[in-house]
Design a protein around this ligand. Structure first.
Ligand SMILES: *[C@@H]1O[C@H](CO)[C@@H](O)[C@H](O)[C@H]1NC(C)=O
Ligand SMILES: *[C@@H]1O[C@H](CO)[C@@H](O)[C@H](O)[C@H]1NC(C)=O
Ligand SMILES: *[C@@H]1O[C@H](CO)[C@@H](O)[C@H](O)[C@H]1NC(C)=O
Ligand SMILES: *[C@@H]1O[C@H](CO)[C@@H](O)[C@H](O)[C@H]1NC(C)=O
Ligand SMILES: *[C@@H]1O[C@H](CO)[C@@H](O)[C@H](O)[C@H]1NC(C)=O
Ligand SMILES: *[C@@H]1O[C@H](CO)[C@@H](O)[C@H](O)[C@H]1NC(C)=O
Ligand SMILES: *[C@@H]1O[C@H](CO)[C@@H](O)[C@H](O)[C@H]1NC(C)=O
Ligand SMILES: *[C@@H]1O[C@H](CO)[C@@H](O)[C@H](O)[C@H]1NC(C)=O
Ligand SMILES: *[C@@H]1O[C@H](CO)[C@@H](O)[C@H](O)[C@H]1NC(C)=O
Ligand SMILES: *[C@@H]1O[C@H](CO)[C@@H](O)[C@H](O)[C@H]1NC(C)=O
Ligand SMILES: *[C@@H]1O[C@H](CO)[C@@H](O)[C@H](O)[C@H]1NC(C)=O
Ligand SMILES: *[C@@H]1O[C@H](CO)[C@@H](O)[C@H](O)[C@H]1NC(C)=O
Length: 398
């Protein structure tokens, strides 16, 4: 009798332990194919994707939100929101394909993750924005074309091992977030596709980006207002518009941008290399503590450029920019420029740049058999030059 009791108790204990073990180690998989998705790349699976996420998000234990291999889910806008009981891991192994029609999109994002901590997205799969049909409308829709992936108010988050192609608007946007790591992504769109920035960052603190290959029609990486503590390393860019801090100062009351460090990157055939741009007539803010180090340029226009007279259309007002730029170091920047002016530092008349250092710069002319001579031009800045200087710093005045 006693021994039966003991064995029953033992059984019960081991049963409970097994359950606990299972719930803590075997992550439940949430697959849209189990939530009435077709996964045929033709049927709009948006609702099934959101339903799958919602179930994973409500699950009491760690779960995997899986986009399975060899499967394509066509989707309109899909917002995956938290907070969750436990944030699911997101594995995109297959393909998410955006619906063609722009009229399906009302929010800024196509695939959006929002209000989540400890979010991890990877899997080797693809986000195909199917932008080609929408690009001809980019001008009339300029701000409305949806970003392929929008991370909004996320923290302690990693995004890794994915391919992005042909976004309608930006490929990735990280906003109002903290402690983000972005690694091992390939981002590809045609060099003439409008506004298809690779990654845009704003109002975000502590973001590390490394191991990305970006070819696109706009900035490979753009860093907007309120971005602080940004580290970019091992990124290749081209074609595209380069790595850009800005445009800053377009709106009233923008937050400062500080602590942007770009290291060991290479740019090829881009329309800019490393750029800081601020709008004319902007309201006051600060942009400071930037380093650009170990950058290789190959056939780049404007390899090093500060443009505080940015005014892409005729509607800007004339007064000088009030964005104060300071503490900017360019160190070991080499390669080829495809324009004579390889270093252009055009600062604001009302708030001149301060503490700009050029160290070991070697930029020769690309594709020019007659001369390797490049030029630099400066206004409203006193440059500190250290080490090798090719071109000679600021020989011409604007
Ligand atoms: C996906 O397709 C590849 C190539 O056809 C195949 O080798 C692989 O086993 C498939 N994976 C799954 C999970 O079906
Ligand atoms: C990327 O994802 C694929 C498919 O899941 C996987 O085989 C590969 O190991 C991953 N690569 C890295 C660097 O994690
Ligand atoms: C991010 O993780 C750190 C360390 O685990 C934690 O202290 C912090 O609260 C997390 N951030 C947010 C916003 O949850
Ligand atoms: C990105 O492209 C590189 C080089 O072609 C390749 O080795 C890598 O696996 C690709 N990464 C992904 C996530 O597909
Ligand atoms: C950049 O690449 C080098 C060489 O492959 C590697 O040692 C380094 O860790 C990488 N940096 C980051 C932040 O991944
Ligand atoms: C810089 O990046 C290249 C590849 O992009 C890598 O081979 C090299 O080791 C990296 N160097 C450092 C110092 O990280
Ligand atoms: C900018 O900030 C000032 C002072 O805080 C405030 O009065 C004004 O309304 C703000 N402007 C905008 C456009 O937010
Ligand atoms: C900017 O850099 C200076 C000098 O390295 C440092 O003292 C200061 O704390 C930095 N500011 C910020 C906001 O990181
Ligand atoms: C710029 O750097 C100097 C030290 O080199 C530091 O004293 C100053 O506070 C920095 N400026 C800003 C705006 O952080
Ligand atoms: C080549 O260099 C010469 C001399 O500096 C310059 O006049 C010419 O415009 C350059 N050609 C190109 C294609 O940039
Ligand atoms: C320009 O520089 C390249 C690479 O340093 C060199 O091979 C070439 O001979 C130079 N051309 C002239 C005209 O100096
Ligand atoms: C450059 O230095 C000179 C001499 O110290 C000074 O008069 C001038 O105001 C400085 N210009 C700028 C833009 O800082």
């Amino acid at each position: 009798m006693a021994s039966t009791m003991t064995s029953k108790a033992l059984f019960l204990v081991s049963f409970i332990l097994t359950c606990l073990w299972k719930s803590s180690f075997e992550q439940e998989i949430f697959n849209p194919l189990d939530y009435e998705a077709e996964g045929d790349g033709v049927t709009d699976d948006s609702q099934a994707l959101v339903d799958t996420w919602d179930s994973a998000c409500e699950h009491h234990a760690p779960a995997i939100f899986l986009i399975p291999e060899n499967t394509t889910f066509l989707s309109g806008p899909a917002s995956f929101q938290g907070p969750c009981r436990v944030t699911p891991t997101v594995q995109i192994r297959g393909t998410l394909k955006a619906v063609d029609s722009i009229s399906a999109f009302h929010d800024p994002g196509w695939i959006e993750f929002k209000h989540l901590d400890d979010l991890h997205i990877d899997g080797g799969g693809t986000l195909d924005g199917q932008g080609a049909r929408s690009w001809p409308h980019a001008c009339s829709y300029c701000k409305k074309l949806p970003m392929s992936l929008r991370l909004l108010k996320v923290s302690n988050t990693t995004l890794s091992n994915l391919t992005f192609v042909d976004s309608k608007g930006f490929h990735i946007s990280v906003q109002q977030s903290t402690s983000i790591k972005v690694t091992l992504l390939n981002i590809t769109a045609p060099g003439n596709s409008p506004n298809t920035d690779g990654i845009h960052i704003s109002e975000t603190t502590d973001i590390k980006i490394s191991g990305l290959h970006i070819s696109t029609g706009d900035d490979c990486i753009s860093i907007g207002q309120g971005a602080t503590d940004v580290h970019i390393e091992n990124v290749t860019c081209g074609p595209g518009h380069g790595i850009s801090i800005g445009s800053l100062g377009k709106y009233q009351n923008e937050s400062d941008v500080s602590g942007v460090h770009v290291r060991n990157c290479s740019l090829s055939d881009t329309t800019n290399g490393v750029r800081i741009k601020t709008w004319q007539g902007s309201s006051p803010s600060q942009a400071f503590n930037f380093t650009f180090q170990d950058i290789v340029m190959d056939n780049v226009s404007n390899p090093i450029i500060i443009d505080q007279e940015y005014c892409p259309d005729a509607t800007c007002v004339a007064p000088p920019s009030k964005v104060k730029i300071s503490n900017v170091t360019y160190n070991r920047i080499r390669g080829t420029s495809n324009e004579l002016v390889a270093v252009s530092l055009v600062c604001s008349q009302s708030v001149p740049c301060e503490n700009v250092i050029l160290q070991d710069i070697d930029l020769t002319m690309a594709n020019n058999v007659t001369s390797n001579a490049t030029l630099s031009t400066c206004s409203n800045v006193n440059v500190t030059a250290v080490g090798t200087q090719n071109p000679d710093p600021c020989l011409t005045k604007v």
